[in-house]
Design a binder for this molecule. Structure first.
Ligand SMILES: NC(=O)c1ccc[n+]([C@@H]2O[C@H](COP(=O)([O-])OP(=O)(O)OC[C@H]3O[C@@H](n4cnc5c(N)ncnc54)[C@H](OP(=O)(O)O)[C@@H]3O)[C@@H](O)[C@H]2O)c1
Length: 278
């Protein structure tokens, strides 16, 4: 399979490069292909003729999006449309990565792909609007919503907790946001399967099970054999610029319908810890 990964230097992009090492990969840097620049995208796609374009590139600083609003919309909403137009013109398939933050978090049961979007942050709005525009322009595209990504290829929650726990006797972590941690390695394997299966439409792809950030931090500390005490606190005690959904568990039904299952987040975390130490 001839695949172009846009965003290959990121946390997820690096794992995709690893998973697809036996394929014909094109992975331009953000200097070579800036998704805000239609000509740079179109000429790279025309020249390389990929069967699939996997778009992981994004402005992922959720709090930063609240202040850099124009940049957030240019990269996260308009960039994907530019890529979709180039893909359409070249007859390539497109897989776009979206987020659980397209939901408002008011549900108490897992979000299905058909649930209405109601983003509460600028980042969530950019992703939600990108989804709508892509489905309008290219209904056969595949939109993969994921959440709480972690892995060795970049900044992530378990890494932050491990670094903090190494020097502190206690950590306060929010216990009123529930979601699904997702190991970039497992998501990359799932994305490869989705492309091989010619998937289209919206798919929810996360590790199985859910937890709060407090529960996640507790498991990270315990699994790493550290003695740091992890204490539950509320989001109000930790005000952040961007509002996060209180509940953003994504239902696996859409993934299971395609015959794909992802391991539990606890299993994923233990593999991450081994990978981080090796
Ligand atoms: N992290 C999470 O918890 C999470 C949760 C849900 C969904 N997602 C989504 O999952 C995807 C992957 O996230 P990630 O954590 O792997 O991201 P990341 O580590 O922040 O990497 C972002 C990538 O986007 C590239 N990029 C940024 N602006 C660009 C532009 N204008 N043109 C071309 N490339 C550009 C970066 O290139 P440079 O390195 O050259 O800047 C980098 O390769 C994103 O779509 C993100 O929104 C992430």
């Amino acid at each position: 399979m001839r695949v172009m990964i846009i965003g290959a230097s990121g946390l997820l992009g690096k794992e995709l490069v690893r998973e697809w090492s036996d394929s014909d990969l094109i992975r331009p840097t953000s200097q070579e292909v800036d998704i805000r620049n239609a000509e740079s995208v179109a000429s790279a796609v025309r020249k390389n003729r990929p069967e699939w374009i996997v778009l992981t590139a994004a402005y992922t600083d959720v709090d930063g999006c609240e202040t850099n609003v124009d940049h957030a919309f240019a990269v996260n909403r308009d960039g994907p449309v530019i890529v979709a137009k180039a893909a359409k013109a070249a007859g390539a398939r497109l897989l776009f990565i979206s987020s659980d933050y397209v939901f408002d978090g008011t549900k108490i049961t897992p979000y299905e792909t058909s649930d209405p979007r109601n983003p509460q942050s600028v980042y969530g709005k950019t992703k939600a609007e990108a989804e709508v525009n892509l489905l309008d322009l290219m209904p056969e595209c595949c939109i993969v919503r994921t959440s709480w990504l972690f892995g060795v290829g970049g900044k992530c929650f378990p890494d932050t907790i491990l670094k903090a726990a190494a020097t502190r006797s206690s950590l306060d972590v929010v216990n009123d946001q529930r979601g699904c941690p997702t190991y970039a390695t497992d998501l990359a394997k799932t994305i490869v399967q989705l492309c091989r299966k010619n998937a289209s439409g919206i798919v929810h792809a996360t590790n199985a099970g859910d937890c709060t950030w407090f529960e996640f931090a507790g498991e990270i500390v315990r699994s790493a054999g550290l003695v740091t005490v992890v204490r539950p606190v509320s989001s109000e005690q930790f005000p952040r610029p961007a509002r996060r959904p209180a509940y953003s568990v994504l239902s696996p039904h859409s993934l299971h319908a395609l015959g794909i299952e992802m391991p539990s987040w606890r299993d994923a975390l233990s593999r991450y810890l081994k990978q981080r130490l090796s």
